[in-house]
Design a protein around this ligand. Structure first.
Ligand code: SF4
Length: 428
């Protein structure tokens, strides 16, 4: 095996964990999925009940990604891209390439200019609320996966309201509702009810749930949701197949088309992301931005935003793990996003450190989470210090745990303008 392939296979194996609580038959199935590709379903085939839409966006994005040879771009291409007022797809490819790395300062200056042209000095704030951590999928890199031995919990209607009230009392006006991906545990009706409750406390309600059909998005929109976030995780089909071994998330095209179905269902905005570091991050960054770019051309009235979570490096060394995305590379991606798509929102999650987030909101990012908890039902203990009942386990550890108040104050002290809401619904 070639050295790079060995390293990548090793990285994948590091994700495999066997819980002692799994029975022999379950373990057998898990190992079969991990070791025998023939035991898995075809990841490009829709399952029964999954809506198919008439769209060529996936084809266009994957074509561009497959033909992106970033090592061919030169410093001259980068300089040319930076000199232009409007950034083409070719210019964007140059800005994402290794040749642009020495031009990070120039890229940051241009990105800052674009951000201030379109967003002034505003920074939008929101907080996520995890409703449940049950999941039917086996994504090998995620703590919520169905084989992982974690404490599972789903909030009741009363608990949801209690958590929302605590969050709303802190001053937050936008909430992002998340679930693990279990249709059985977190049904559309359950999520719809949570949206209706959220409507009492918040002005904007986002969803980060399993992808659904356009009529279901319509129902959730009627319940109060107006924004849908779906992470494709990676746009590399071969890699996607080896990381999502079981469950409906395994169906790559159905996931890819989720944002379009959400817009067809009447949602106001959609958000995209790859989990940078799962595969070749430059190609994933290209595909993420093009996914938004092509959709924006088809649905120009909608609002678009990009996130940029990265796998936290296991060993921060390029020689050991070639897929790690380092801070300067993340900064390059975000500046390239801003220059290519000046109008999109860019969210930087609390996976990143305070230092990184404080810096990037002055350059390219326009939205940050605050007062974050990725556990289930633990806002009360985190916000008030009081605890009642057991919380479900967290999906991942966060690096920036600043409260809403702290974040608000610190952004203001930096001369930025924290914004709680920038959208008004007019009822007729
Ligand atoms: S990434 Fe999402 S779908 Fe996959 S195991 Fe985690 S919660 Fe479930």
């Amino acid at each position: 095996m070639e050295e790079k392939a060995k390293v990548q296979a090793g990285l994948q194996n590091q994700f495999y964990v066997d819980s002692e609580k799994l029975s022999d038959s379950v373990l057998k199935k898990k190992h079969e999925l991990e070791q025998n590709p023939a035991s898995r379903t075809n990841y490009m085939e829709y399952e029964e009940g999954m809506e198919r839409i008439n769209s060529d966006i996936m084809e266009k994005v994957l074509h561009e990604m497959e033909h992106y040879h970033y090592e061919e771009y030169t410093e001259a291409d980068v300089r040319q891209a930076l000199a232009k007022d409007r950034c083409s797809i070719e210019d964007f490819k140059a800005l994402l390439s290794p040749a642009a790395q020495p031009y990070l300062e120039e890229m940051a200056a241009k990105a800052k200019q674009e951000t201030s042209k379109h967003f002034g000095n505003t920074v939008y704030m929101f907080t996520p609320l995890y409703l449940a951590n049950y999941c039917e999928n086996y994504c090998v890199y995620c703590g919520f996966n169905c084989y992982n031995d974690i404490s599972r919990k789903q909030l009741t209607k009363e608990e949801i309201e209690k958590e929302m009230k605590i969050i709303a009392d802190s001053g937050m006006e936008e909430i992002l509702l998340l679930t693990g991906e279990s249709r059985v545990k977190s049904s559309i009706e359950y999520i719809g009810e949570a949206c209706k409750t959220a409507k009492k406390y918040f002005r904007n309600i986002g969803l980060e749930i399993y992808p659904v059909n356009s009529d279901e998005y319509r129902y959730l929109h009627e319940c109060g949701a107006d924004y849908v976030t779906v992470f494709q995780e990676t746009y590399h089909g071969d890699k996607y197949e080896t990381l999502h071994l079981m469950g409906h998330k395994r169906v790559f095209p159905y996931r890819f088309e989720a944002q379009e179905r959400a817009l067809m269902g009447g949602m106001r905005g959609v958000a995209f992301s790859a989990l940078l570091g799962l595969a070749d991050f430059r190609k994933d960054a290209l595909a993420t931005a093009l996914h938004a770019y092509y959709l924006q051309r088809k649905y120009p009235y909608a609002e678009y935003s990009l996130s940029c979570p990265r796998l936290r490096p296991i060993i921060n060394n390029n020689k050991i793990n070639p897929l790690d995305v380092h801070e300067s590379q993340l900064c390059q991606i975000l500046c390239a996003y801003r220059i290519f798509l000046p109008f999109v929102g860019i969210t930087v999650s609390s996976r990143e450190t305070k230092q990184f987030r404080d810096g990037i909101v002055k350059i390219a990012a326009t939205k940050v989470s605050a007062g974050v908890s990725t556990g289930i039902g633990d806002h009360e203990s985190k916000y008030t210090g009081q605890e009642e009942g057991e919380a479900g386990d967290e999906q991942f550890e966060i690096a920036d745990d600043r409260s809403f108040g702290q974040m608000y104050q610190e952004l203001s002290e930096e001369g930025l303008q924290p914004v709680m809401n920038d959208y008004v619904y007019v009822r007729r």
